[in-house]
Ligand binder design. Structure first.
Ligand SMILES: [Zn+2]
Ligand SMILES: [Zn+2]
Length: 278
């Protein structure tokens, strides 16, 4: 396995993690993830439910109104009940949100209490998330870079979640958007991420998403560029149900084909070291 960690998985504490198994049972429970991870040989899972520290903030999109500190506390309690499993570590973090170029849903103080903070910048399907000025590829390209530039300036965030990913029915052909990006600006952003030790995510769900048919093609250019500028990477399933935990294993060959290997990836220990916990 190129990297035996899953750095992005949602449980049923996320509003979009409430799917059921064929038997009608919750499909994104910590217990199911534990059993599947042990079966697959995954040594650590970062549970990264959708989270903002203050859901009452008027800038918080409606999607996050139920995603406050209680879900983190409940998840931690549930993990404590589950107990330790040999060969598997759970880390507890979150996928937060960008409210504006100034504000994200997690402050430095809250980030210090979490094991990992993923920051998405292109959840354009969510009402209340900053949007491009227009539909033209150049508008979307400029907005994507503006939002990425805003988060790489916030060093308490750990990972750029699924960069440039959004359904193409909503944003248009991703190849045209990528083509329209100012290359020097993109390189500056990735260089700044490298300096801040902020990782670039390789997101299995986005790479498998039929709604983003050109994501692989675009990432096949973006990821080697990020590597050449010194960026580290994380690999995440972005699972919303336990069956998705195997998805990163299916893209390993593709990842290796881009010239990335084990040394290019963050480990759970690197994350904790960033927080002075190891
Ligand atoms: Zn996301
Ligand atoms: Zn996610």
């Amino acid at each position: 396995m190129i990297i035996p960690y899953d750095m992005h998985a949602h449980t049923y504490y996320s509003p979009c993690g409430r799917r059921l198994t064929a038997a009608g049972k919750p499909a994104a429970t910590p217990a199911l993830y534990r059993d599947e991870a042990l079966r697959l040989g995954i040594g650590a899972i970062c549970l990264t439910d959708h989270f903002v520290e203050d859901p009452t903030n008027p800038a918080a999109p409606q999607f996050y109104k139920g995603s406050g500190p209680a879900i983190i506390a409940d998840l931690r309690r549930e993990l404590a009940t589950l107990g330790e499993a040999d060969g598997l570590r759970f880390l507890v973090g979150c996928e937060t949100e960008t409210f504006s170029i100034e504000h994200v849903g997690v402050s430095p103080a809250t980030a210090a209490q979490l094991d990992i903070v993923l920051v998405p910048t292109s959840h354009y399907h969510l009402t209340g998330v900053p949007q491009p000025e227009g539909d033209a590829p150049a508008d979307v390209a400029r907005h994507m870079l503006t939002m990425l530039a805003s988060v790489v300036a916030k060093p308490w965030l750990d990972v750029l979640a699924h960069p440039l990913a959004e359904r193409e029915a909503l944003i248009g052909d991703l190849r045209a958007i990528y083509e329209a990006m100012d290359r020097r600006w993109l390189s500056d952003i990735l260089g700044q991420a490298a300096c801040a030790q902020m990782a670039v995510e390789i997101n299995a769900a986005s790479l498998n998403d039929e709604g983003i048919p050109h994501y692989r093609e675009v990432l096949a250019d973006l990821l080697p560029l990020a590597q050449s500028l010194g960026c580290k990477f994380t690999l995440g399933s972005d699972a919303h149900s336990v069956d998705m935990l195997a998805w990163p294993l299916q893209i390993e060959g593709w990842v290796r084909g881009l010239g990335l290997d084990e040394s290019d990836f963050l480990t759970p220990d690197t994350l904790l070291a960033r927080r002075h916990r190891v």
